[in-house]
Design a binder for this molecule. Structure first.
Ligand code: PLP
Length: 371
């Protein structure tokens, strides 16, 4: 019987290597891979994950914000890093840490050229974001002329890649829209390359794009969730392994008499003599309160223990009436037999939100590093 001492998040780098190889195998030969390690590596441990991927020969990293890029550089990562969503105040840090900004609007592009010139840069690598339908960040077709004019006027920056993002690559019912987005991106890329006079790398696919749209792999793909073991489709999920394993421990077991209640606001009432176990993880740790009152469960010795009553800030209680267990026994909240999708679906959300919501107060334990 497995014992435990506290709540931990194990980061299984062997699972990461497996997922990386699986995704590589889905690509056309020669396609580059940009590993998305934003949001602390989807809630895992960004430096350990990035080091492992760098060892596997990943071509690029992507983060959302400059601070995340600095964390990687401080951790010794030397691979090129794309910052998906930089702000003007960050440009000095971007240049001093050799981070590569996504330029997505006239305001950002003009300001970055100014900074690159001020810091004496030549052909500083930047990435142009094209809005092919998400309407989140990016320039559009009518921006082409002023962009090319500004680029031709300065030697300070060079467009290393042109990229766009699919709106619904995981959604089969939006296939037509995705195909239109791919066409729109291709057509802009053709016009842009012609006007620019050189050829940047092209990329448009996230994990589900890799799986569902081989025609959109272009020169590089950007994979996040797939590396961490999820791919927005049950068949693909089965090919992947969860990197983040969330484990806890039974702190205390109570015998609950009929009509006694468990937890805040007396949300659970025992029907018979029952047994509850208290687990040291709560909504402040990223377990949604919506998983209370039977919506979610955990695994104890491989058996389902439903959450009873309301999830507290630092604890939750589960029904272990049917499970032979004792205080100090291990509890699996996310793992191979209870992937994040079980809880995310029960909480009416997606694996991304559940994983990135696992609080930083839970200790990360790195397992199976290759060196
Ligand atoms: C987060 C993000 C990705 C990664 O998407 P996954 O679905 O996790 O593979 C790729 N591209 C952009 C622009 C993103 O913001």
């Amino acid at each position: 019987m497995s014992k435990a001492t506290e709540t931990i998040l194990e980061i299984d780098l062997q699972a990461l290597r497996h997922n990386y190889r699986y995704l590589t195998f889905r690509l056309h030969a020669g396609t580059k891979i940009m590993a998305v390690v934003k949001a602390s590596g989807y809630g895992s441990e960004p430096v350990a994950v990035a080091k492992e991927l760098a060892g596997l020969g990943v071509d690029y990293f992507a983060v959302a914000y400059v601070s995340e890029g600095i964390t990687l550089r401080d951790g010794g990562i030397e691979t090129p890093i794309l910052v998906l969503h930089p702000q003007i105040d960050n440009f000095e840090a971007i240049i001093s840490r050799c981070l590569e900004p996504a330029l997505y609007s006239r305001r950002i592009l003009t300001a970055f050229i100014e900074s690159a010139e001020r810091f004496g840069q030549k052909e500083y690598p930047v990435h142009l974001k094209f809005n092919s339908g998400l309407n989140r960040l990016g320039v559009v077709e009518t921006d082409l002329n002023w962009i090319v004019d500004s680029l031709k006027e300065t030697p300070a920056i060079r467009i290393k890649s042109l990229f766009s993002h699919l709106v619904a690559s995981e959604d089969a019912s939006e296939r037509e829209f995705s195909l239109q987005q791919i066409q729109r991106f291709k057509s802009f890329a053709d016009d842009f390359q012609q006007a620019l006079g050189y050829t940047p790398l092209l990329h448009q696919s996230n994990t589900s794009g890799i799986i569902n749209f081989p025609e959109a792999h272009f020169d590089m793909v950007r994979t996040g969730i797939g590396l961490y073991g999820y791919a927005n489709h049950p068949d693909e999920d089965r090919q992947l392994k969860p990197v983040a394993i969330l484990k806890s421990v039974i702190s205390q077991i109570h015998t609950i008499k009929p009509n006694e209640t468990v937890g805040y606001n007396r949300a659970y009432t025992a029907k018979a003599t029952e047994k509850s176990a208290t687990i040291p993880i709560g909504h402040a740790d990223g377990i949604p309160r919506s998983l209370g009152n039977g919506a979610g469960h955990v695994l104890i010795h491989g058996k389902k223990a439903p959450i009873i009553g309301n999830v507290c800030m630092d604890m939750l209680m589960v029904n272990v009436s049917q499970i032979e267990c004792e205080e100090g026994d291990e509890v699996i909240i996310i793992g191979e037999n209870i992937p994040a999708t079980v809880l995310s679906q029960a909480a009416n959300t997606i694996s991304y939100e559940l994983l990135t919501g696992i609080s930083q107060r839970i200790r990360r334990v790195i397992k199976n590093a290759s060196d």
